[in-house]
Design a protein around this ligand. Sequence first.
Ligand code: ZN
Length: 80
Amino acid sequence: MKCPLCGSEMLHGYLNVPTAIWSERKHVLTTVPNDSEKYAMHIGQAVVKALNHVESDCCPNCKHILIDIQDCENDFGNTH
Ligand SMILES: [Zn+2]
């Protein structure tokens, strides 16, 4: 796909992470969201010692990664 920012062809790949959270606040010790926070993407531990693989596209030109979070746990409600 083309990068929405600069139009270059993006590389398709995977964000390889044990756990992750995209939140409006910084987390220090854990990636578990609390009740009052807005978070767009929460990825919990898959299986013991296994990594999660989040499909995403990376722009080699402007160095941005685009992640589709439709299937990720979030607190925005179910939109699809
Ligand atoms: Zn780009």
